[in-house]
Design a protein around this ligand. Structure first.
Ligand SMILES: NC(=O)c1ccc[n+]([C@@H]2O[C@H](COP(=O)([O-])OP(=O)(O)OC[C@H]3O[C@@H](n4cnc5c(N)ncnc54)[C@H](O)[C@@H]3O)[C@@H](O)[C@H]2O)c1
Length: 331
Protein backbone atom coordinates (compact mmCIF):
# COMPACT_ATOMS: atom_id res chain seq x y z
CA UNK A 1 0.00 0.00 0.00
CA UNK A 2 1.42 3.41 -0.96
CA UNK A 3 1.96 6.14 1.62
CA UNK A 4 -0.59 8.25 -0.23
CA UNK A 5 -3.21 5.52 0.08
CA UNK A 6 -2.47 5.07 3.79
CA UNK A 7 -2.80 8.81 4.28
CA UNK A 8 -6.10 8.97 2.36
CA UNK A 9 -7.51 6.18 4.49
CA UNK A 10 -6.26 7.64 7.76
CA UNK A 11 -7.62 11.10 6.96
CA UNK A 12 -11.09 9.91 5.93
CA UNK A 13 -13.95 10.70 8.28
CA UNK A 14 -15.79 7.58 7.01
CA UNK A 15 -14.88 4.96 4.45
CA UNK A 16 -17.31 3.33 2.04
CA UNK A 17 -16.40 0.39 -0.17
CA UNK A 18 -18.47 0.16 -3.32
CA UNK A 19 -18.44 -3.17 -5.12
CA UNK A 20 -20.74 -5.56 -6.95
CA UNK A 21 -22.35 -8.88 -6.14
CA UNK A 22 -19.74 -10.93 -8.07
CA UNK A 23 -16.68 -9.25 -6.67
CA UNK A 24 -17.90 -9.05 -3.05
CA UNK A 25 -17.76 -12.76 -2.12
CA UNK A 26 -14.26 -13.19 -3.57
CA UNK A 27 -12.58 -9.97 -2.60
CA UNK A 28 -14.48 -7.72 -0.19
CA UNK A 29 -13.29 -9.18 3.17
CA UNK A 30 -9.78 -9.72 1.83
CA UNK A 31 -9.51 -6.14 0.54
CA UNK A 32 -10.90 -4.66 3.74
CA UNK A 33 -8.39 -6.71 5.70
CA UNK A 34 -5.54 -5.69 3.38
CA UNK A 35 -6.40 -2.00 3.67
CA UNK A 36 -6.67 -2.34 7.43
CA UNK A 37 -9.77 -0.20 7.63
CA UNK A 38 -13.34 -0.53 8.79
CA UNK A 39 -15.71 0.38 6.02
CA UNK A 40 -19.39 0.60 5.23
CA UNK A 41 -20.03 -1.74 2.30
CA UNK A 42 -22.29 -0.93 -0.64
CA UNK A 43 -22.84 -3.98 -2.85
CA UNK A 44 -24.61 -3.35 -6.16
CA UNK A 45 -25.99 -5.74 -8.75
CA UNK A 46 -23.40 -6.42 -11.44
CA UNK A 47 -23.45 -5.51 -15.12
CA UNK A 48 -23.68 -2.61 -17.52
CA UNK A 49 -27.49 -2.50 -17.17
CA UNK A 50 -26.94 -1.28 -13.59
CA UNK A 51 -24.61 1.56 -14.55
CA UNK A 52 -27.54 3.91 -14.16
CA UNK A 53 -29.12 6.64 -12.08
CA UNK A 54 -30.87 4.15 -9.75
CA UNK A 55 -27.50 2.74 -8.67
CA UNK A 56 -26.12 6.25 -8.15
CA UNK A 57 -29.15 7.13 -6.05
CA UNK A 58 -28.57 4.05 -3.95
CA UNK A 59 -24.97 5.16 -3.33
CA UNK A 60 -25.97 8.75 -2.50
CA UNK A 61 -28.72 7.50 -0.13
CA UNK A 62 -26.27 5.24 1.71
CA UNK A 63 -23.79 8.11 2.02
CA UNK A 64 -26.53 10.31 3.49
CA UNK A 65 -27.83 7.55 5.77
CA UNK A 66 -24.38 7.27 7.35
CA UNK A 67 -23.92 11.07 7.45
CA UNK A 68 -20.94 11.05 5.09
CA UNK A 69 -19.36 14.51 5.13
CA UNK A 70 -16.93 16.04 2.64
CA UNK A 71 -14.03 14.14 4.20
CA UNK A 72 -15.61 10.77 3.51
CA UNK A 73 -13.84 8.43 1.11
CA UNK A 74 -15.29 5.96 -1.39
CA UNK A 75 -13.20 2.95 -2.42
CA UNK A 76 -14.40 1.55 -5.74
CA UNK A 77 -13.58 -2.15 -5.81
CA UNK A 78 -14.61 -3.69 -9.11
CA UNK A 79 -14.61 -3.45 -12.87
CA UNK A 80 -15.25 -0.42 -15.04
CA UNK A 81 -18.93 -0.32 -14.15
CA UNK A 82 -18.09 0.14 -10.46
CA UNK A 83 -15.24 2.62 -11.04
CA UNK A 84 -17.40 4.70 -13.44
CA UNK A 85 -20.41 4.62 -11.11
CA UNK A 86 -18.50 5.16 -7.88
CA UNK A 87 -16.41 7.95 -9.37
CA UNK A 88 -19.55 9.68 -10.61
CA UNK A 89 -21.40 9.31 -7.29
CA UNK A 90 -18.35 10.58 -5.37
CA UNK A 91 -17.70 13.53 -7.67
CA UNK A 92 -21.27 14.77 -7.36
CA UNK A 93 -22.02 14.05 -3.67
CA UNK A 94 -21.77 17.32 -1.70
CA UNK A 95 -19.98 18.79 -4.74
CA UNK A 96 -17.35 16.12 -4.64
CA UNK A 97 -15.72 13.77 -2.17
CA UNK A 98 -12.53 11.76 -2.65
CA UNK A 99 -12.44 8.29 -4.14
CA UNK A 100 -9.94 5.53 -4.76
CA UNK A 101 -10.15 2.95 -7.51
CA UNK A 102 -9.15 -0.66 -6.97
CA UNK A 103 -9.84 -2.24 -10.38
CA UNK A 104 -10.58 -5.97 -10.38
CA UNK A 105 -10.96 -6.56 -14.14
CA UNK A 106 -8.23 -6.38 -16.74
CA UNK A 107 -10.20 -3.75 -18.62
CA UNK A 108 -10.50 -1.51 -15.58
CA UNK A 109 -6.80 -1.99 -14.70
CA UNK A 110 -5.62 -0.83 -18.11
CA UNK A 111 -8.32 1.71 -18.87
CA UNK A 112 -11.51 2.45 -16.95
CA UNK A 113 -9.98 3.09 -13.52
CA UNK A 114 -7.43 5.57 -14.89
CA UNK A 115 -7.86 9.01 -16.39
CA UNK A 116 -10.70 10.65 -14.51
CA UNK A 117 -13.73 9.93 -16.67
CA UNK A 118 -16.74 8.90 -14.61
CA UNK A 119 -20.30 8.36 -15.66
CA UNK A 120 -23.49 6.43 -16.16
CA UNK A 121 -25.61 5.30 -19.07
CA UNK A 122 -28.80 7.31 -19.62
CA UNK A 123 -31.64 7.56 -22.12
CA UNK A 124 -30.49 4.38 -23.86
CA UNK A 125 -26.98 5.67 -24.59
CA UNK A 126 -23.62 4.79 -23.05
CA UNK A 127 -21.95 7.23 -20.65
CA UNK A 128 -24.33 10.06 -21.48
CA UNK A 129 -24.08 11.64 -18.04
CA UNK A 130 -20.74 12.02 -16.30
CA UNK A 131 -17.94 14.11 -14.91
CA UNK A 132 -14.19 14.45 -15.17
CA UNK A 133 -12.89 13.60 -11.71
CA UNK A 134 -9.57 11.99 -10.82
CA UNK A 135 -9.30 9.16 -8.33
CA UNK A 136 -6.96 10.03 -5.47
CA UNK A 137 -5.22 6.73 -6.06
CA UNK A 138 -5.47 3.70 -8.34
CA UNK A 139 -4.30 0.46 -6.77
CA UNK A 140 -3.40 -2.17 -9.38
CA UNK A 141 -3.14 -5.74 -8.15
CA UNK A 142 -3.16 -8.44 -10.86
CA UNK A 143 -4.06 -11.11 -8.26
CA UNK A 144 -7.68 -9.94 -8.55
CA UNK A 145 -7.68 -11.43 -12.06
CA UNK A 146 -7.46 -14.99 -10.69
CA UNK A 147 -11.24 -15.11 -10.31
CA UNK A 148 -12.11 -13.19 -13.47
CA UNK A 149 -13.92 -15.26 -16.14
CA UNK A 150 -11.99 -15.80 -19.39
CA UNK A 151 -14.55 -13.84 -21.44
CA UNK A 152 -13.92 -10.79 -19.25
CA UNK A 153 -10.15 -11.21 -19.59
CA UNK A 154 -10.51 -11.19 -23.37
CA UNK A 155 -12.61 -8.03 -23.15
CA UNK A 156 -9.70 -6.34 -21.35
CA UNK A 157 -7.25 -7.67 -23.89
CA UNK A 158 -9.11 -5.75 -26.60
CA UNK A 159 -8.42 -2.46 -24.80
CA UNK A 160 -4.76 -3.45 -24.45
CA UNK A 161 -4.53 -3.98 -28.21
CA UNK A 162 -5.98 -0.50 -28.63
CA UNK A 163 -2.85 0.93 -27.00
CA UNK A 164 -0.84 -1.15 -29.44
CA UNK A 165 -2.59 0.45 -32.41
CA UNK A 166 -2.44 4.03 -31.19
CA UNK A 167 0.86 4.15 -29.32
CA UNK A 168 3.08 1.11 -28.90
CA UNK A 169 3.35 -1.68 -31.54
CA UNK A 170 4.88 -4.02 -28.93
CA UNK A 171 1.45 -4.23 -27.32
CA UNK A 172 0.05 -5.83 -30.48
CA UNK A 173 1.73 -9.05 -29.27
CA UNK A 174 -0.34 -9.15 -26.10
CA UNK A 175 -2.24 -12.36 -25.35
CA UNK A 176 -3.85 -14.17 -22.42
CA UNK A 177 -0.55 -15.68 -21.31
CA UNK A 178 1.60 -12.54 -21.27
CA UNK A 179 -0.99 -9.83 -20.54
CA UNK A 180 -0.11 -9.27 -16.86
CA UNK A 181 3.35 -8.02 -17.73
CA UNK A 182 1.88 -5.26 -19.94
CA UNK A 183 -0.75 -3.91 -17.54
CA UNK A 184 1.42 -1.12 -16.14
CA UNK A 185 2.65 -0.12 -19.62
CA UNK A 186 -0.95 0.40 -20.77
CA UNK A 187 -1.73 2.49 -17.69
CA UNK A 188 1.37 4.61 -18.32
CA UNK A 189 0.33 5.27 -21.93
CA UNK A 190 -3.12 6.34 -20.81
CA UNK A 191 -1.72 8.60 -18.07
CA UNK A 192 0.74 10.25 -20.48
CA UNK A 193 -2.07 11.05 -22.92
CA UNK A 194 -4.50 12.23 -20.23
CA UNK A 195 -1.86 14.48 -18.64
CA UNK A 196 -1.40 16.25 -21.97
CA UNK A 197 -5.14 16.62 -22.60
CA UNK A 198 -7.21 15.98 -19.44
CA UNK A 199 -10.61 17.02 -20.80
CA UNK A 200 -10.36 15.62 -24.32
CA UNK A 201 -9.91 18.74 -26.40
CA UNK A 202 -7.68 16.92 -28.88
CA UNK A 203 -5.00 14.26 -28.32
CA UNK A 204 -7.03 12.33 -25.70
CA UNK A 205 -9.49 11.47 -28.43
CA UNK A 206 -7.05 8.83 -29.70
CA UNK A 207 -8.07 6.73 -26.70
CA UNK A 208 -11.42 6.40 -28.44
CA UNK A 209 -9.90 4.35 -31.26
CA UNK A 210 -12.50 1.68 -32.06
CA UNK A 211 -15.01 3.26 -29.69
CA UNK A 212 -17.07 5.34 -32.13
CA UNK A 213 -18.68 2.30 -33.69
CA UNK A 214 -17.85 0.17 -30.63
CA UNK A 215 -20.14 2.20 -28.36
CA UNK A 216 -22.92 2.18 -30.95
CA UNK A 217 -22.64 -1.61 -31.33
CA UNK A 218 -22.53 -2.05 -27.54
CA UNK A 219 -25.59 0.21 -26.98
CA UNK A 220 -27.54 -1.60 -29.68
CA UNK A 221 -26.63 -5.08 -28.41
CA UNK A 222 -27.68 -4.09 -24.88
CA UNK A 223 -31.24 -3.90 -26.22
CA UNK A 224 -31.05 -7.48 -27.56
CA UNK A 225 -30.87 -10.84 -25.79
CA UNK A 226 -27.18 -11.10 -26.77
CA UNK A 227 -25.45 -8.13 -25.13
CA UNK A 228 -21.73 -7.79 -25.85
CA UNK A 229 -19.06 -6.89 -23.32
CA UNK A 230 -17.46 -3.46 -23.70
CA UNK A 231 -14.15 -4.87 -24.98
CA UNK A 232 -15.92 -7.17 -27.44
CA UNK A 233 -17.83 -4.24 -28.94
CA UNK A 234 -14.61 -2.19 -29.02
CA UNK A 235 -12.87 -5.09 -30.81
CA UNK A 236 -15.53 -4.93 -33.53
CA UNK A 237 -15.22 -1.15 -33.62
CA UNK A 238 -11.44 -1.43 -34.02
CA UNK A 239 -11.90 -3.87 -36.92
CA UNK A 240 -14.18 -1.36 -38.64
CA UNK A 241 -11.78 1.51 -37.87
CA UNK A 242 -8.84 -0.44 -39.32
CA UNK A 243 -10.87 -1.16 -42.45
CA UNK A 244 -11.70 2.56 -42.79
CA UNK A 245 -8.03 3.43 -42.14
CA UNK A 246 -7.00 1.18 -44.99
CA UNK A 247 -9.60 2.72 -47.32
CA UNK A 248 -9.05 6.38 -46.41
CA UNK A 249 -5.41 6.57 -45.33
CA UNK A 250 -3.79 3.58 -47.01
CA UNK A 251 -3.01 1.74 -43.76
CA UNK A 252 -0.90 -1.32 -44.55
CA UNK A 253 -3.32 -4.19 -45.30
CA UNK A 254 -1.22 -6.55 -43.17
CA UNK A 255 -2.38 -4.72 -40.03
CA UNK A 256 -6.03 -5.62 -40.57
CA UNK A 257 -5.13 -9.14 -41.71
CA UNK A 258 -3.24 -9.73 -38.47
CA UNK A 259 -6.09 -8.25 -36.43
CA UNK A 260 -8.65 -10.53 -38.09
CA UNK A 261 -6.96 -13.51 -36.40
CA UNK A 262 -6.81 -11.71 -33.07
CA UNK A 263 -10.50 -10.84 -33.43
CA UNK A 264 -11.35 -14.56 -33.53
CA UNK A 265 -9.48 -15.00 -30.25
CA UNK A 266 -11.09 -11.91 -28.65
CA UNK A 267 -14.58 -13.13 -29.55
CA UNK A 268 -13.96 -16.82 -28.86
CA UNK A 269 -16.05 -16.83 -25.65
CA UNK A 270 -19.12 -15.20 -27.17
CA UNK A 271 -21.58 -15.77 -29.93
CA UNK A 272 -22.16 -12.77 -32.17
CA UNK A 273 -25.53 -12.61 -33.81
CA UNK A 274 -25.43 -9.43 -35.86
CA UNK A 275 -26.84 -9.18 -39.36
CA UNK A 276 -27.58 -6.56 -42.00
CA UNK A 277 -30.81 -5.78 -40.12
CA UNK A 278 -28.72 -4.44 -37.22
CA UNK A 279 -26.90 -1.87 -39.35
CA UNK A 280 -29.61 0.79 -39.23
CA UNK A 281 -30.17 0.74 -35.44
CA UNK A 282 -26.40 0.78 -34.85
CA UNK A 283 -26.03 3.80 -37.15
CA UNK A 284 -28.81 5.55 -35.21
CA UNK A 285 -26.83 5.13 -32.00
CA UNK A 286 -23.78 6.47 -33.79
CA UNK A 287 -25.52 9.75 -34.60
CA UNK A 288 -26.26 10.27 -30.89
CA UNK A 289 -22.69 9.62 -29.72
CA UNK A 290 -21.73 12.44 -27.35
CA UNK A 291 -18.34 12.81 -29.00
CA UNK A 292 -19.94 13.91 -32.24
CA UNK A 293 -19.55 17.33 -33.70
CA UNK A 294 -22.94 18.61 -34.89
CA UNK A 295 -24.35 15.05 -35.10
CA UNK A 296 -21.54 14.05 -37.47
CA UNK A 297 -19.70 10.97 -36.18
CA UNK A 298 -16.00 11.61 -35.56
CA UNK A 299 -13.60 8.71 -36.00
CA UNK A 300 -10.08 8.00 -34.86
CA UNK A 301 -8.26 6.33 -37.75
CA UNK A 302 -4.68 5.26 -38.35
CA UNK A 303 -2.18 6.33 -40.98
CA UNK A 304 0.06 3.63 -39.60
CA UNK A 305 0.39 1.73 -36.32
CA UNK A 306 1.26 4.35 -33.71
CA UNK A 307 0.09 7.21 -35.96
CA UNK A 308 -3.53 7.94 -35.10
CA UNK A 309 -5.54 10.83 -36.52
CA UNK A 310 -8.59 12.10 -34.67
CA UNK A 311 -11.72 14.06 -35.64
CA UNK A 312 -12.01 12.27 -38.96
CA UNK A 313 -15.46 12.69 -40.50
CA UNK A 314 -16.49 9.68 -42.53
CA UNK A 315 -19.33 9.71 -45.06
CA UNK A 316 -22.30 7.58 -43.89
CA UNK A 317 -21.93 5.28 -46.89
CA UNK A 318 -18.39 4.36 -45.79
CA UNK A 319 -19.43 3.84 -42.19
CA UNK A 320 -22.12 1.45 -43.36
CA UNK A 321 -19.60 -0.42 -45.52
CA UNK A 322 -17.20 -0.72 -42.60
CA UNK A 323 -19.96 -2.06 -40.39
CA UNK A 324 -21.03 -4.59 -43.00
CA UNK A 325 -17.42 -5.67 -43.43
CA UNK A 326 -17.03 -6.40 -39.74
CA UNK A 327 -20.45 -8.06 -39.38
CA UNK A 328 -19.68 -10.37 -42.30
CA UNK A 329 -16.27 -11.17 -40.83
CA UNK A 330 -17.55 -12.32 -37.46
CA UNK A 331 -21.00 -13.78 -38.13
N1 LIG B 1 -14.01 5.72 -17.50
C1 LIG B 1 -13.29 5.25 -18.49
O1 LIG B 1 -12.31 5.87 -18.92
C2 LIG B 1 -13.66 3.94 -19.12
C3 LIG B 1 -12.80 3.34 -20.04
C4 LIG B 1 -13.15 2.09 -20.55
C5 LIG B 1 -14.33 1.47 -20.15
N2 LIG B 1 -15.14 2.10 -19.26
C6 LIG B 1 -16.39 1.46 -18.80
O2 LIG B 1 -16.05 0.25 -18.12
C7 LIG B 1 -17.17 -0.63 -18.19
C8 LIG B 1 -16.69 -2.02 -18.51
O3 LIG B 1 -15.82 -2.42 -17.48
P1 LIG B 1 -15.55 -3.98 -17.18
O4 LIG B 1 -15.27 -4.68 -18.43
O5 LIG B 1 -14.56 -4.01 -16.09
O6 LIG B 1 -16.99 -4.49 -16.73
P2 LIG B 1 -17.70 -4.80 -15.32
O7 LIG B 1 -17.40 -3.77 -14.33
O8 LIG B 1 -19.13 -5.05 -15.65
O9 LIG B 1 -17.03 -6.16 -14.87
C9 LIG B 1 -17.20 -7.30 -15.65
C10 LIG B 1 -17.80 -8.48 -14.88
O10 LIG B 1 -16.79 -9.09 -14.11
C11 LIG B 1 -17.19 -9.19 -12.75
N3 LIG B 1 -15.94 -9.07 -11.99
C12 LIG B 1 -15.20 -7.95 -11.83
N4 LIG B 1 -14.04 -8.26 -11.23
C13 LIG B 1 -14.07 -9.58 -10.99
C14 LIG B 1 -13.14 -10.48 -10.41
N5 LIG B 1 -11.93 -10.09 -10.01
N6 LIG B 1 -13.49 -11.79 -10.29
C15 LIG B 1 -14.71 -12.21 -10.77
N7 LIG B 1 -15.60 -11.41 -11.35
C16 LIG B 1 -15.28 -10.11 -11.46
C17 LIG B 1 -18.19 -8.10 -12.56
O11 LIG B 1 -19.06 -8.38 -11.52
C18 LIG B 1 -18.91 -8.11 -13.91
O12 LIG B 1 -19.87 -9.14 -13.92
C19 LIG B 1 -18.11 -0.07 -19.24
O13 LIG B 1 -19.22 0.51 -18.60
C20 LIG B 1 -17.28 1.01 -19.92
O14 LIG B 1 -18.08 2.06 -20.41
C21 LIG B 1 -14.83 3.30 -18.74
Amino acid sequence: MSDKLKQDINEASKIFILTDENVAPFWLPETEYGLGCKAIDIVLKSGEQHKNLQSVQRIWKTLMKYHADRNALIINLGGGVITDLGGFAASTYKRGIRFINIPTTLLAMVDAAIGGKTGIDFGGGKNQIGTFAEAEDVLIHPDYLITLPQRELLSGLAEMLKYGFIADPELLQVNLENCKQFILRCGDIKREIVEKDPIEKGLRKILNFGHTLGHAIESHCLTTDRPLLHGEAVALGMGAALWLSEMKFGLDAAVLQHFENQLKMLLSETEISLSEADVEPILNYLVHDKKNNDDKPQFVLLEAVGKPIWDVEVAPKWVEEALLYIINKVC
